[in-house]
Design a binder for this molecule. Structure first.
Ligand SMILES: NCc1[nH]cc(CCC(=O)O)c1CC(=O)O
Ligand SMILES: [Mg+2]
Length: 330
């Protein structure tokens, strides 16, 4: 037990800047940051995304330049998302299996030019389907679990063969992690990791992302038959347990800030690497507050990212990664 006041004053260790730093329980570094990037066709192309102010879709050549910049600032990993042209979208999302699709070209270009930065690739069909869902849809509009997994396996192998370091299934089909792992082993990709979007909620915070990959206008209905109900926490622990049992190397909770309770519970329950995705709607909220004069961007970015570390995250996917890394370099 500690002595009572006045022998004990918790403000004593907060009295000077050096002491506050000395007593910090958590620290944010650029190594904690995964930077999501949107890829588009063309050369020298930058297309600003209206609902994600400050974020653009970039052509492959521009993506490579960004990868270099990120690596130089100490960012450890990129997460890639393609804006697939409408004419390449279909009901079954078969473009996901094309070895020369936009995603694979971006992976190869980055791994050739900047081999020392990690490349994480999203596995789900929504950037490739005409209806904007993450899988194959039946006549009643239901996303079919097992048929979708067959395509996800092909998509994963396609990305691994192009050079992806981390396969990140974001589709929420049951059983896909084990089957993807088995296919990766069979294909000789023994060191390709799986970061499972294990507890992914059907969230109102994904809107700007759907603009970025061009699926917002296409999406019929919602994703509540496969993504989780925001009301649930026990179910998140079951999702995580299953993905780990199936061979996930790390798990993700998504969205981020509204679900930090889930991050902490998963970390305490499983003691495995946990990541969180500070998603597009969270980024947009911060930027809107900054634009309204209601917030200091630098302080808010660093505080929110540190909160993920405190909750137990090994790292965070954030659209503010480059900005945060620059702030941390000062
Ligand atoms: N499987 C698609 C996917 N992968 C990442 C995000 C959202 C990321 C963000 O909002 O920043 C989504 C959107 C969705 O599930 O509709
Ligand atoms: Mg699951």
């Amino acid at each position: 037990m500690h002595a009572p006041y006045p022998a004990l004053r918790l403000r004593r260790t907060r009295a000077t800047a050096w002491s506050r730093r000395l007593h910090a329980e958590n620290v944010l570094t650029p190594a904690d940051l995964i930077w999501p990037l949107f890829v588009t066709e063309g050369e020298g192309v930058e297309e600003p995304i209206v609902t994600l102010p400050g974020v653009s879709r970039w052509s492959v050549d521009r993506i490579v330049a960004s990868a270099r910049e990120a690596r130089d600032l100490g960012i450890t990993c990129l997460a890639l998302f393609p804006n697939t042209q409408k004419e390449r979208r279909s009901d079954d999302g078969a473009e996901a299996l094309n070895p020369d699709n936009l995603m694979c070209r971006a992976i190869r270009a980055i791994k050739q030019a900047v081999p020392d930065i990690g490349v994480l690739t999203d596995v789900a069909l929504d950037p490739y389907t005409a209806h904007g869902h993450d899988g194959i849809v039946d006549d009643a509009g239901y996303v079919l679990n097992d048929r979708t997994i067959e395509l996800l396996i092909g998509q994963s192998l396609n990305q691994a063969e192009a050079g992806a370091d981390i396969i990140a299934p974001s589709d929420m089909m049951d059983g896909r992690v084990g089957l993807i792992r088995e296919a990766l082993e069979g294909g000789g990709h023994v060191n390709v990791q799986i970061m499972a979007y294990a507890a992914k909620y059907a969230s109102a915070f994904y809107g700007p992302f759907r603009d970025a990959v061009g699926s917002r206008g296409l999406l019929k209905g919602d994703k509540t038959t496969y993504q989780m109900n925001p009301a649930n926490r026990e179910e998140a622990l079951r999702e995580v347990a299953l993905d780990l049992a199936e061979g996930a190397d790390s798990v993700m909770v998504k969205p981020g800030l509204p679900y930090l309770d889930i991050v902490r519970e998963v970390k305490d329950a499983f003691a495995v690497p946990v990541f969180a995705y500070q998603v597009s709607g969270e980024y947009a909220m911060i930027e809107a507050a900054v634009a309204a004069g209601a917030a200091d961007r630098d302080a808010m970015v660093l505080e929110t990212l540190l909160a993920f570390k405190r909750a137990g995250c090994s790292g965070v996917l954030t659209y503010h990664a480059l900005h945060a890394a620059r702030l941390l370099a000062r």
